[in-house]
Design a protein around this ligand. Structure first.
Ligand SMILES: Cc1ncc(C[n+]2csc(CCOP(=O)(O)OP(=O)(O)O)c2C)c(N)n1
Ligand SMILES: [Mg+2]
Length: 658
């Protein structure tokens, strides 16, 4: 192997060696423990150490690194105390996830490391967000994110590189091309000769680096990182290397041709470099022996600490407590003059005032800048807040949600506008897997609001009419807000943005321009988890939210003889169960009206909760009224037939007659 040491001094050369030797020796120990059944799964990075170590050494300690499952060298080079890593792998408290996630699936702000989620790709968009924050704050920092060559086939890779390129974000995309993704060889993974060749397609500089040569990795990445700090831009780095062990230890390497194994064994990054240092007199035998002894001693000592640590004792309230970051709601009232606003204006005003309240808030979405968004909610925002904070995005919902997560990791806030709520399916993975689980896994808040223009009644067909809140209400870690009136929308949006947890904020399109209300001019907040009682009566409890609230009002207006409590939930997660119970215990009858189709919607859960808690006060079975079990059709008469509105009055009367 050709080591071009140019201006590296002996100390640096030895440090590179030491930092590679450490993960190698830890892994050798882990393989023994694995055979003894003392640890669970292990993803080996043996043979790939030069990449993790070289990249980490080229980074400043206050710059974020987003490593993968084979990058032990990132964690050790950042000098995480080994007992904490061992505890993490054993699921103990001194680890980073309180036993809630395994192996390298954790992050730590202390060491500026953001670990992967299993889905591989999402962290590339997260790196974009972190890099965006450092660019907006002129920090002159670079962010490094890792992926295997298998992960480059995911849409997240494409989206993240494209966004980084369009926005000129200071990210190093480090692809470890190790020949295989589980059992899949590169020939079945991609068709171009080098992954680095793709840089051209993204308008991005790229380099191929010998991933088994620590000197080459370190010197090249060092140079590139320094150049990015001075001239922020993304760079694609392809490290050629090889996976010397199985995908994980249990799965073996039978499918790997022996010639490949033999050829790459000769290129072992640790052994070759060791030989080079010996030959050039930089590493003497006594130094080498001492070095190894020190590391082995450290490993054994820290392993003992981890083994001695008490196992975690399950405690339900601890688990429930950590799903959301604690948020102290601040009630901000205003006695400012009110103005009559449509729902759409109230949301626009609320968003604008939150932009004024939070200088670190960035909003992102398709066509939201000069164009003002397809519903014109952000019209005039660019003029007031500038293009840094009001960002047009390419069409890539996943990468933008991920970028929101990255901004949050870097201490900023994000609002992401879905052009239509239906399109959130293209950003579903990061919402339910990354944002929702982040605080529970490693105490990292996901301070992101996703705005969701939703709902039917506008004859827009199956892909511009859905109300898909049920996709999210069932996922712990998310909050779901669904206002029906301008006053609620403005105050709840302010709270959604103040709350550091991920919030799905539903805005019904059919209400945008049809509902008007007097709304305070100034900034104010409203609490989550508090329903509003719109009508009071003793006969029946009607529970609803969103556009369906207006259907219920219309029905009650047409039937003055029906005396009903009408509850507008306003937020679905958290859900105001107390308001529901109080009313149902009074009326003895409950009907839930929802716009979404019936099965698996929130009406079903509310019905179950009422039955479990108010059974003895009920005079009739709880009734659910929802739309048809079909996709939403386009033409008006089919849409009207589809919607629950048409069945509500009859169902209500049936329930009262029961
Ligand atoms: C979305 C998703 N699909 C599949 C998997 C299962 N899986 C985990 S790692 C892996 C191979 C990854 O290959 P590569 O990106 O080349 O990384 P390497 O393991 O070679 O370092 C697969 C298929 C997963 N974790 N997530
Ligand atoms: Mg691979």
């Amino acid at each position: 192997m050709d080591y071009q040491i140019s201006n590296l001094d002996n100390n640096k050369l030895l440090e590179l060696y030491k930092n590679m030797l450490k993960p190698r020796l830890i892994e050798e120990k882990m393989l023994i423990l694995l055979r003894q059944g003392k640890i669970s799964k292990w993803f080996s990075g043996i043979g790939q150490e030069a990449i993790a170590v070289g990249v980490t050494m080229a980074m400043h300690t206050d710059e974020y690194i987003l490593p993968m499952h084979r990058n032990l060298g990132v964690f050790t080079t950042r000098e995480i105390p080994l007992y904490r890593l061992f505890s993490q792998w054993q699921g103990k408290s001194n680890g980073f996830t309180k036993g809630r996630d395994r192996s390298f699936h954790f992050g730590t702000q202390e060491f500026k490391i953001v670990g992967m989620i299993s889905h591989l790709g999402p962290q590339m968009g997260v790196a974009d967000g972190i890099a965006l924050a450092s660019k907006l704050k002129n920090k002159n920092q670079v962010t490094a994110v890792f992926t295997g060559e298998g992960g480059t086939s995911e849409g997240d890779f494409h989206e993240a590189l494209n966004v980084a390129s369009v926005w000129e974000l200071p990210v190093m995309f480090c692809v470890e091309n190790n020949g295989y993704g589980l059992s899949t060889p590169t020939s079945e993974q991609y068709r171009c000769e080098n992954i680095a060749d793709r840089g051209l397609g993204y308008g991005m500089e790229s380099h191929i680096i010998d991933g088994n040569n620590i000197v080459e990795v370190y010197t090249k990445v060092n140079e590139i990182a320094e150049s990015i700090r001075n001239n922020p831009r993304p760079v694609l780095l392809e490290f050629k290397t090889f996976r010397m062990r199985g995908h994980e230890e249990a799965s073996g390497t039978k499918y790997v041709p022996q010639e490949l194994m033999d050829a790459w064994a000769k290129k072992d990054p640790v052994e070759n470099y060791q030989a080079f240092l010996r030959d050039s007199g930089i590493l003497t035998e006594p130094v080498e022996v001492a070095l190894k002894e020190d590391i082995v001693h450290e490993i054994n000592e820290h392993l003992q600490m981890a083994f001695d640590e008490e196992p975690i004792i399950p405690n339900e309230s601890n688990e429930l407590h950590d799903v959301y970051k604690p948020f102290q709601y601040q009630d901000i009232n205003t006695d400012s003059k009110t103005v009559e606003l449509r729902l759409i204006d109230a949301i626009s005003e609320g968003l604008k005032q939150s932009m004024e309240q939070h200088p670190d808030l960035v909003i992102m979405g398709q066509d939201i800048a000069e164009y003002g968004g397809v519903f014109k909610i952000t019209e005039g925002f660019v003029e007031q807040f500038g293009r840094d904070r009001v960002r047009n995005t390419p069409i890539c919902e996943s990468a933008i949600v991920e970028a929101g997560m990255g901004l949050s990791i870097a201490g900023m806030k994000a609002v992401v506008e879905m052009q239509f709520a239906d399109f959130v399916s293209s950003g579903f993975n990061p919402i339910v897997n990354y944002l929702a689980k982040s605080h529970y896994r490693w105490s990292q808040e996901a301070d992101v609001v996703v705005r969701m223009p939703c709902g039917a009644g506008v004859a827009a067909g199956p892909f511009h009419s859905q109300t898909n809140e049920a996709w999210f209400t069932k996922t712990p870690g998310l909050k779901v807000v669904y206002p029906a009136f301008p006053f609620d929308a403005k105050g709840l949006l302010a709270t959604a943005i103040n709350d550091p947890n991920p919030v799905l904020f539903f805005e019904h399109k059919a209400l945008y321009r049809s509902v008007r209300q007097k709304v305070p001019k100034d900034y104010y907040t409203l609490p989550f988890g508090k329903a509003s009682l719109l009508r009071e009566g003793d006969d029946v409890t009607i529970i609803s939210y969103g556009a369906a609230v207006h259907w219920a009002i219309e029905t009650l207006d047409n039937n003055a003889d029906i005396k009903a409590d009408l509850i507008d939930l306003r937020t679905l997660q958290p859900l105001d169960v107390d308001a529901i119970f109080e009313s149902v215990r009074k009326t003895g009858r409950a009907i839930i009206l929802q716009e979404d189709s019936l099965f698996g919607g929130i009406a079903s859960d509310i019905a179950a909760i009422i039955m479990e808690n108010c059974f003895e006060q009920l005079d009739a079975p709880v009734k659910r009224v929802a739309s048809m079990e079909t996709p939403i059709p386009f033409i008006g008469q089919l849409e009207q037939q589809y919607l629950a509105k048409g069945q509500f009055e009859a169902a209500l009367k049936d329930l009262l007659a029961y």
